[in-house]
Design a binder for this molecule. Structure first.
Ligand code: HEM
Length: 220
């Protein structure tokens, strides 16, 4: 059977995954050592809030990025990669929904307002569009799968919509970090630097994923 032997360079794959490891490490260090820690229910509501950046960055953003580069980075049969692509997206969506639930729960506990910022509007739009893309993509390409001609016609639109939604996820993550920076009145110091570095790494990871997704695979 045909293998998806792409010419995606090993160096690119290693670099992207070094970025992933750095983002995961820095976000965990930030939330557990410099902030209050993490909890689903607690007398310290900030612990509940902290689940939001954790799940949105490590779950939603990283897994949707991994799903997008799977076709280029994983040397396996196409059908296997399709399932990995779907599985990563399902993990991303579940994390995204749970992460948004966490920040709603936090706002309820501190009697704060909902959905009043640009971050929350773009973020909600991102999650909803992500869900639609997942449903339409699964029906067209997997269960039950459309006719080959329809799939071929739909594929560029699927890629375009995927890149657009991922771009919205980058914008949402960056605005979320900026909001948190300002809410905490950070300026100089370790935490301020750390939050800005997380934002920069998210940007570099995002650009790398989009670059990987839009360049065509050259089969060996
Ligand atoms: C792509 C990922 C993200 C999505 C889809 C997202 C989505 C959302 C949504 C829908 C809300 C509104 C909740 C409510 O009204 O009760 C919200 C709130 C918030 N998010 Fe995010 N978020 C993301 C990433 C982040 C990150 C990385 C941070 C960094 C700490 C962050 C910080 C905040 C803050 C401070 C709030 C409360 C203020 C507000 O409603 O804007 N978010 N987010």
């Amino acid at each position: 059977m045909e293998k998806n032997r792409s010419s995606f360079p090993m160096l690119a794959s290693v670099s992207i995954h070094l970025l992933v490891i750095s983002i995961v490490g820095l976000v965990l260090y930030w939330l557990t050592s410099l902030r209050e820690g993490l909890a689903l229910s607690s007398s310290i509501p900030m612990k509940i809030f902290n689940l939001h950046p954790l799940l949105m960055v490590l779950g939603f953003f990283i897994f949707s990025g991994e799903a997008m580069i799977a076709y280029k980075a994983i040397p396996a049969q196409r059908q296997t990669i399709k399932l990995i692509h779907l599985m990563f997206h399902l993990i991303a969506l579940a994390s995204g929904i749970f992460g948004v639930y966490a920040v709603f729960k936090f706002h309820d506990e501190v009697k704060g307002a909902h959905m009043y910022t640009l971050h929350s509007w773009i973020g909600m739009a991102t999650i909803v569009l992500f869900g639609f893309q997942l449903i339409f993509g699964s029906i067209t390409f997997l269960f039950p799968g459309a006719a080959p001609a329809t799939r071929a016609r739909f594929a560029p639109w699927h890629v375009f919509a995927g890149v657009l939604i991922f771009f919205l996820a980058i914008v949402t993550a960056e605005t979320g970090l900026t909001e948190k920076f300002l809410f905490q009145k950070l300026k100089h110091g370790q935490e301020a630097l750390l939050v800005n570095f997380i934002g920069l790494l998210i940007l570099v990871f995002g650009i790398s994923v989009i670059g990987t997704a839009v360049f065509p695979i050259r089969r060996k």
